[in-house]
Write a protein that binds this ligand. Structure first.
Ligand SMILES: [Fe+2]
Length: 259
């Protein structure tokens, strides 16, 4: 984000590190009995804001208390926004199209089928933007080592997921989420599913773009970290060996005198 725009967004939209949703590594899919539960490891393996930013995620704290939106509006015109934070996103980032939906067993026809479809791993050829107006749910995103990170989004959270990141979505046990999605121009919301189709998602241009921008730097950083840890371990072993030699010296001298 260019400097000037970042400043504007910071003043209007409260770009803050400490307000980010909680995130954690989730158990592998074969251990998930219910997608709507937290599915944490024991002990919990938290993921911090720096790590989420390194995946290309962005977060804004919105005012979901003082500004209301329809239960369903497909599409919803962002020009109608009176909320200064939504208006700032619209004007500064160019979001010209939006829709508003409520995901709840009584409010979304075919709820169970749709919830299962949202939970299929996929990518998009554009950024994904979700504003949680009410309720809560989980975004799952893959890290560059293909591990699932679960992010608990709640009322007032607006998150963006970069083009090409593998992800999926589910309601939590509350089974209620009122959300807005936005797009620059008329969108194609259709997911490009990773499995179950002929599509080569790893070879998709959007995926390749994501890998170059986010996965390669992550993996390089990890290599550097492992190399540094290896060096440290070697230095500690060398020091220990040297100490053993020095400790043995008086005993050897004594043996020499006695001999
Ligand atoms: Fe998506």
């Amino acid at each position: 984000m260019p400097g000037e725009l970042a400043k504007k967004m910071t003043s209007v939209c409260q770009v803050v590190d400490d307000g980010w949703p909680e995130a954690w590594y989730m158990v592998p899919d074969e251990d998930v009995d219910d997608q709507k539960r937290e599915n944490r490891f024991t002990p919990n393996e938290p993921v911090n804001v720096k790590e989420m930013k390194a995946l290309g995620l962005n977060y804004w704290a919105m005012d979901a208390v003082n500004y209301k939106y329809p239960i369903k509006a497909v599409p919803w015109d962002p020009k109608e926004a009176t909320d200064p934070r939504v208006a700032a996103l619209r004007d500064n980032l160019g979001y010209s199209y939006a829709d508003v939906m409520t995901i709840h067993p009584d409010l979304l026809p075919g709820y169970e089928t749709k919830i299962k479809a949202f939970f299929k791993e996929h990518i998009h050829d554009a950024e994904e933007i979700r504003y949680i107006i009410a309720g809560s749910g989980f975004f799952d995103v893959r890290d560059p080592l293909d591990r699932w990170i679960r992010i608990h989004v709640k009322k007032g959270d607006l998150m963006t997921l970069p083009e090409g990141i593998y992800h999926r979505y589910t309601c939590d046990e509350m089974e209620y989420i009122h959300r807005m999605r936005m797009s620059i121009g008329v969108p194609c919301w259709n997911p490009i599913n990773r499995y179950g189709t002929e599509e080569d998602t790893d070879g998709h241009e959007s995926r390749k773009k994501y890998v170059c921008k986010y996965c390669v730097p992550f993996l390089k950083e990890q290599d550097r970290f492992e190399a540094a840890a290896g060096e440290e371990e070697k230095a500690a072993t060398d020091e220990e060996n040297e100490k053993d030699v020095v400790d043995d010296e008086p005993a050897k001298k004594q043996q020499h005198i006695e001999g």
